[in-house]
Design a protein around this ligand. Structure first.
Ligand SMILES: O=C(CO)[C@H](O)[C@H](O)COP(=O)(O)O
Length: 244
């Protein structure tokens, strides 16, 4: 192939990739916009972490005069909410809230999810447990028949990393310590993340129960015992609402 043809081909490839990325962002933005309908006036809203949640925060900023404030599931989310002048409440000041709105790494047709790709799984699970409803916002690529293609995150007390990893191996899959910038990633809670790869999670409720029982585990990123109540799924044909 001539160098001119190679250049054109790589330009087209670049353009194609850029368009795919843009489309996924547009889908995330569409579900974030739709999620605003679930926000209850005068109340506190629980807010998740990640790129889809970030789109939601930007939409929430447009109606901030209608809400009392928000509870954040991570330091990053708290910073973004504050940058929009949305009041951030400590969860200890909040007994209940109508909705918790967050993304997911994978979600099944039954509403079970893998979360924690952004390392915020523990605070996400805690805030979600206080909310009356979990509204999952996700682009269509997150809908799966069986959970486990996305590595399952487990937040672990650092001194228990090796013992927990040994016990996780017995449950199948392969534990991998998560790194960031060449060092083990440290969560907002001062813990590490072990990602379990090569899993095929046919019984998410049971696996969540088993991993929860391992001493040294803080949280597993399986949200099955308490999954989503609603999923707003972004598809090229529009936002689909799945109720569980
Ligand atoms: O669980 C999460 C962060 O801990 C996120 O909700 C999940 O990783 C999805 O992220 P994104 O919206 O960027 O695809």
């Amino acid at each position: 192939m001539s160098s001119r043809l190679v250049k054109i081909a790589s330009l087209l490839l670049f353009q194609d990739k850029a368009m795919t990325a843009m489309t996924q962002d547009e889908l995330k933005q569409a579900v974030a916009r739709e999620a605003i309908k679930y926000v209850v006036d005068g109340q506190i809203v629980g807010v998740g972490t990640g790129s889809t949640a970030n789109f939601f925060i930007d939409e929430l900023a447009k109606i901030k005069h209608r809400i009392k404030g928000a509870v954040a599931s991570s330091e990053a989310t708290a910073a973004r909410l504050r940058a929009h002048d949305i009041e951030v409440y400590d969860l200890n000041q909040v007994a209940t809230m109508p909705v918790y709105i967050d993304g997911a790494d994978e979600i099944t047709e039954q509403g079970a999810m893998i979360k924690g790709g952004g390392a915020a799984l523990t605070r996400e699970k805690i805030v979600a447990s206080v909310a009356e409803k979990f509204i999952c916002i996700a682009d269509g690529s997150k809908l799966v028949k069986v959970l486990g293609k996305f590595p399952l995150p487990v937040e672990v007390i650092p001194m228990a990393q090796a013992v927990v990893a040994r016990k996780l191996i017995k449950l199948g899959g392969e534990p991998r310590l998560r790194f960031k910038d060449g060092k083990p990633l440290i969560t907002d809670n001062g813990c590490v993340i072990i990602d379990m790869v090569d899993l095929k999670i046919t019984d998410p409720v049971e696996l969540e129960r088993q991993i929860n029982q391992i001493t040294g585990v803080v949280t597993v990123g399986l949200f099955a015992q308490q999954g989503a109540d609603v999923c707003l799924l972004g598809t090229p044909d529009g936002v689909k609402t799945l109720k569980f």
